[in-house]
Ligand binder design. Sequence first.
Ligand SMILES: [Ca+2]
Ligand SMILES: [Ca+2]
Length: 393
Amino acid sequence: MRHKQTKISIIALLFLLFMFISLNGCILKLESSPEKTINPEKCPDGVWDEAEQKDPDLCPEDKPNGTPQPNMSDSPEPEGIVLNIPHSIVSIPLSIENSIENSCIGFKIAYSPDKMATINMIGAGWTTLMWPHFTWGRIEKKPGLYDFSEMDKTVKAAQENNIATLAELQPFADWDQDWDPDCRAKKEEYLCKPKDMQAYKRFVAKTVERYDGDGENDMPGLKIPIRYWEIINEPDIKEDPKVIFFVGDEEDYFEVLKESYQTIKQVCPDCKVLQGAAAAVESTFLSFWDNIFELGGADYFDIANVHYVGRGDLSTLNVRPFKELLDKHSIKKPIWVTEAVLQSSSARSSLQGALSAGASKVFFVGFGVGESAPAGEYSADFMGITESCPQTT
Ligand SMILES: [Ca+2]
Ligand SMILES: [Ca+2]
């Protein structure tokens, strides 16, 4: 009997032991369930996404460390991007919102956050800078030494005001050409085509890559990417040595346009290139473009570009005469007026005329008030002017 009781106790003990082990196993299992799945595509990808924010252990590599990225460096750009804003607000790749992209009005200004804010108040979608430009030597201070801080500041000010940037590329770096006295124009400026074209193309690739918004080596915090690049301002001015933006002939400009275009497209296939704007439409300027088109220049820009700076055809902001030249070469491309210098009282009628003649965007210079006008002030002539833009769906 006692023997039987002992046997039962042993069985009961073994049963309890078995239960304890299985239960424990179950608890262990419960603790480790659900199993953590890390999507290797998302970690590390430089984006601290919602799931990663909820679970700090999911991908600590993607958590922004809050330390500012060095602007000046010889070292290669960091892999991926660091966003200072929640991923839910932006999606990679970035694009320019339709409401901004389709706006037919911009302003050409010297950089100032106040002026960017005024553009936003008017309801226009675009800016392009009178100063500073995306100039080679302004960004690549010495060979291999890049400093984007100045241009980053302009891009950030534009996007904070919900406007997009048409960027102007200038292929000039003193260190590339100041050994050649023939390249010297105006006081201290050297304005030839690049002496070292390969070095210039590396600069173009790096610069376009920083602002194209594809998630690869983008500017930290980029929200509105740069998708439109203009190659040099008014390269056709030759008559006045004090006002000159390019030292070179049509073949020189053609080469810069072609090399810039091809490099931009390699880095950012969706980016659009504008040729460097006809300064005016007298034959001295148009003959320059006639020769460029004769060389095949139209293969190397997407948008035709003309200025109205108080001379020529006010009623269409020079679009009509410039389009005649394009027609002569059977060039069918959108046309932008990237400088319109006029009395603000004619802004509305000239805009209408330019749009009717085939333009799709006009950049006004100034807000129709004096330079010393308080920040945010603009002429009533610009009030509601965006309603003139064609309605797009
Ligand atoms: Ca990029
Ligand atoms: Ca890219």
